[in-house]
Design a protein around this ligand. Structure first.
Ligand code: ADP
Ligand code: ADP
Length: 228
């Protein structure tokens, strides 16, 4: 569960990026965050995994009040949230297997468990046969599938994606969306910022529209709207 109440965010340069947001997202929901560039979508979702802190207001993620969270507990929070980016952010010198295994190695998981978990999630994203490849040997869609595998290898309750199809062609974007849908069907909450109008209008999920740092629309089976 994700809850924000009276959240404001002003960046150090004085830009008011989030101007009073109240929201509740329940476990298992699939939510699109839409709006024009500069509206505050990235800031909104970055606050969910503590990449940015609000200037004021309350944020509770999976029962954890982020304002009470000690810095030492931030890694634990991050492990309960999978994050996927537009530019994949894979480690170029590590293989596909190693990129996915990394998150489990840092928590000291045993090698046998790591191997099983990594191969299971690579199977889910249909890339087990490329486990020994390096990121630059993969297509953009394949790299995004690796990054999705990496984000779910810890079984997070919540998955956050910032423009995950922004660098992909339409067919590949649809493959990636179907993968997100499959992960959501297993009970994972998904919050995704996107400019992909066709996908939002076809999938008919909850849509939260952000403009000038405020939620201007929140619909259960929403549409993309008039943004570019
Ligand atoms: P969106 O994701 O909808 O494009 P952002 O959350 O990235 O919007 O940005 C919201 C506003 O905050 C914009 O005016 C942007 O320029 C500003 N902003 C974003 N990140 C920073 C930052 N690190 N420092 C200062 N201003 C920022
Ligand atoms: P299965 O037991 O399901 O047949 P494999 O053990 O053959 O799976 O591994 C599938 C892929 O993952 C192969 O490409 C293999 O080389 C790779 N792989 C398995 N374990 C590791 C590891 N510890 N480090 C790097 N790659 C690995």
């Amino acid at each position: 569960m994700i809850e924000m109440s009276e959240v404001y965010k002003t960046y150090p340069n004085g830009v008011l990026a989030i101007n009073g947001i109240d929201i509740m997202i329940n476990q298992g929901e699939f939510v699109y965050v839409v709006g024009p560039s500069g509206a505050g979508k990235s800031t909104f979702i970055k606050m969910m995994y503590r990449e940015e802190k609000p200037s004021s207001g309350k944020i509770v993620i999976n029962g954890v009040d982020l304002s009470q969270l000690k810095e030492s507990k931030v890694p634990m929070l991050r492990r309960s949230i999978g994050v996927v980016f537009q530019d994949f952010k894979l480690l170029p010198k590590l293989t596909v297997f190693e990129n996915v295994a990394f998150a489990l190695e840092v928590i000291g998981e045993n090698p046998k468990t790591i191997k099983k978990r990594v191969l299971d999630v690579l199977d889910l994203v249909q890339l087990k046969h490329k486990a020994r490849f390096f990121p630059d040997e993969l297509s953009g869609g394949e790299q995004q599938r690796v990054s999705i595998a990496r984000s779910i290898v810890n079984n997070p309750a919540v998955m956050i994606a910032d423009e995950p199809t922004g660098n992909l062609d339409p067919d590949t974007s649809w493959e990636i969306m179907h993968l997100f849908e499959e992960i959501n069907n297993r009970g994972t909450t998904i919050v995704m910022a996107t400019h992909n109008k066709e996908i939002v209008n076809t999938m008919k999920k909850r849509v939260i529209a952000v403009e000038d740092g405020k939620i201007v629309r929140d619909e259960a089976r929403g549409e993309y709207g008039i943004y570019d």
